[in-house]
Design a protein around this ligand. Sequence first.
Ligand code: MEV
Length: 309
Amino acid sequence: MFECSAPGKLILFGEHAVVFGEPALATAINLRTSVTGRYSSEPKINGRPLREGRDNYVNTAMSKVWSGRPLDLTIKTNLPSASGMGSSAAVTVATLGFLTSLEGTFSKEFIARSGFEVECEVQGRASPIDTTTSTEGHAVYLAKEKNKGFLWMIERGGKKWFLHARDIPRMKIVVGDTGIKARTGPLVENVRRLAEKDDSARKAIKEIGEIALEGLDSLRNGDFDKVGELMNRNHKLLGSLGVGHRLLDKYVEAALPLSYGAKLTGAGGGGSMIALTDHPEEVSERIAELGGRSFIVETETRGVIVDES
Ligand code: MEV
C-alpha cells in the first residue's frame, strides 16, 4: 500500500496573534509524519484499537473523510509531540492525505481546509497556519487580504485568513525543546480572555502582526540582522501575552550571543524556542547543556506527498 507523509512546521512570526486574524509566517521543516494503513476488523492505530480522548486528531480526521471499511493505520513520526513543531498538524494532514488518496479524492486545498476544521474541533480555537503549512510545504504567509502567491482563503468565526505560498531563503534553524508539553487549546483560550479585558494585550497582538509583515520582507531581502531583531521583539510580546516559560527565556538568552535572534515558536507555555544563527552546532550544544532537547532543522519545500513505492 502507498504511504502519505506531511512535514512539521515552525512559526517564524505571528503565533497566537494569527488566531485573531493578524498576519503570520511559518515554514515547513524537514521532520515528517507518515501514514499508511491496511483494512482491519476494527479501527486501529499501529495495531491497537483507536481510543477516544487519545487519538483525537486522527479520530476527527477519519470521521470527516472516511466512511469505508475500518483501517489499521501505521503512523510514524520523527516530530516530538506538543513541542511547537506542528506534530498535530502533520499527523492530521498525513492522515487526511492518506484517506483521500485511498478514495481517489486527494486535493491539497481540501486537505488544508479539512485539517483546519479538525484542529478547530480538537483544540477549540485555531488558525489555519499549521495545517496549511504542513499541506503546502515551503513558507506560508497569512495575510488580511489577497496578494501574490495566493493559495486559498479560509473563513471562520468572523475571521478571514488569506493564505499565500512564499519562498524564503533556505535556512538551518535551531529548535530548543523544553520537553514541557503544553496543550495549544487552553493557551489560545487564555490569550483570548486576556485580549478581551486588556488593552495592552490587544496592542501586543496588533504589533505581532506588524512584525510578521516586516519579518517576511526582511527574510526575503536576506536582512538577517533585522529578522533577528524582530524575532527578539516577537518573543517579548508573546511573553506579555502569558504564553512564555522561564525555560524558553533561558534558552533564548543562551542562544542570543551566537544568534541573529531567538523566540518561542508555536503555542508556548513550554514547548520550543527557535534561534536563527550561523552557528547551529554551538547554539544547539548550549541548549542541551541547559537540559533542553535541541534539534537543527532545515526549511522544507515539500508539503503533503503520496509515496507509491
Ligand atoms: C500553534 O502552533 C499556533 C497558534 O497560533 C495556534 C493556531 O494558530 O492555531 C498558537
